[in-house]
Design a protein around this ligand. Structure first.
Ligand code: ZN
Length: 411
């Protein structure tokens, strides 16, 4: 009886791991040993303990994975409770990661979940290298870009430009928005990375001010008119606070007046909140479906294509330098390089910080390196890889880029 519980828990994994087939590579050895090794030895990191993260932790624990860690910087709020099902009213104010880990461990025996209550950027890059799989339950493009760049930074290419298998850090990315959602697997160097297809995300909706002021056509136009134009006219200098119900009520009643003037229906208080705070509805069922989707869900699928020139998962950019070139000069070069156009550049070499933009203590500690020749900072090797992070595209798009820049220093 004691044995039958873990078996049933991993029955879906069993179907894949206990028998051979023509879908697997030549080195695949089916059997209980493989299954047990995966359950015991594979370390999975779940990033985010919100709507999707709660579902993911539960799914992974029920699938038999025994070594999980979860990282999240947020505390539990009352408005989370309708869908983040691991949390109770009494948990409000506590860190999400800690409570989520505790709840799953209480319900699923044999699983060990370590929690981290901090920002993803607070962990050293080496922290992420300790995991075999990274699963993302995030709600922002910036955070996905960051983790994607971290995972891609572990990637190494052989001299033919092929990715080295042991350096590939698989990621599973999920996301939901209302009734819609996605799940995708990213194998850096093999499949398109997050950055290869970043253009998929639509630009944020912004209404032209002239439309708001002169030709409103929708309820949202009326609300934004009250919020962006009317508020400033009526409250000289007072900042609008979206969390102040009186402010919201004022914008709502102004929007109603505006809508009546132009005969536009549909302005409600909750729509006003939605438009002003840019609220996207979160639905528990969508999270549940998406969290389980990478295991198999039959739906419309789209094939992604790798971007050969992707700065994040590609083999990097070869930059030839004189041995006398200082770190400062190198950073200037990256800012002007037509393929890169990086700003706010930080440089590391084999895990050592050569120059860091932030936090201020690290900036101060590494500042003196700026005047030293990069060749010396990189141990005087004739050809090596420096890792570079920065914002791409001169500020208008602040995605993190972490590329492998191969350096060739010559005397
Ligand atoms: Zn890429």
């Amino acid at each position: 009886m004691a044995d039958s519980i873990p078996q049933s828990r991993s029955r879906d994994l069993d179907k894949l791991l206990l028998r051979p087939g023509n879908l697997v590579g030549p080195t695949f050895e089916a059997g209980a040993q493989l299954r047990d090794d995966i359950k015991e030895c594979v370390r999975v990191l779940v990033i985010g303990a919100g709507g999707l993260g709660c579902e993911l932790l539960k799914d992974l624990a029920f699938s038999g994975f025994q070594n999980l860690e979860v990282i999240d910087m947020d505390r539990i709020e009352v408005t989370n409770l309708n869908r983040q099902f691991l949390f109770r009213l009494g948990d409000v104010g506590k860190p999400k990661a800690e409570v989520a880990a505790k709840r799953v461990m209480e319900r699923v025996s044999g699983v060990d979940i370590k929690s981290h209550f901090c920002r993803i950027e607070d962990k050293p890059i080496s922290f992420y290298n300790d995991f075999h799989i990274i699963v993302l339950g995030l709600d922002s493009i910036e955070a996905r870009s960051y983790i994607n760049s971290v995972a891609c930074s572990f990637l190494e290419y052989d001299s033919d430009g092929n990715p080295q298998e042991e350096s590939i850090k698989p990621m599973v990315d999920g996301g939901t928005e209302g009734f819609k959602g996605h799940a995708r697997i990213i194998m850096p160097g093999v499949t398109p990375c997050f950055e290869c297809t970043i253009w998929l995300f639509p630009p944020q909706v912004k209404f032209p001010l002239c439309t708001l002021a002169e030709t409103p056509r929708t309820a949202a136009h009326c609300i934004e008119y009250a919020h962006l134009i009317k508020w400033d006219e009526a409250h000289s200098g007072k900042t609008f606070d979206p969390d102040d119900p009186e402010h919201m009520q004022w914008v709502y009643s102004e929007a109603v007046k505006r809508a009546e003037l132009f005969g536009i229906p549909g302005v409600t208080y909750s729509l006003t909140q939605g438009v002003v705070k840019n609220i996207i509805p979160a639905i528990a069922s969508t999270n549940a479906i998406i969290s389980a989707a990478f295991e198999g869900l039959h739906t419309k699928v789209t094939e992604f294509v790798r971007d050969k020139d992707c700065l994040v998962c590609g083999p990097g950019v070869l930059i030839e330098l004189e041995a006398s070139v200082t770190l400062k000069k190198f950073i200037d070069l990256l800012e002007d390089h037509p393929k890169l156009l990086l700003t706010r550049v930080s440089v590391t070499f084999r895990g050592k910080n050569l120059y860091m933009q932030a936090p201020p203590v690290l900036e101060e500690m590494t500042r003196s390196n700026l005047d030293l020749p990069l060749f010396e900072l990189m141990g005087k090797t004739p050809r090596d890889i420096a890792h570079v992070t920065g914002a791409a595209g001169k500020g208008d798009k602040s995605s993190h880029v972490l590329g492998n820049y191969v350096l060739f220093s010559r005397e």
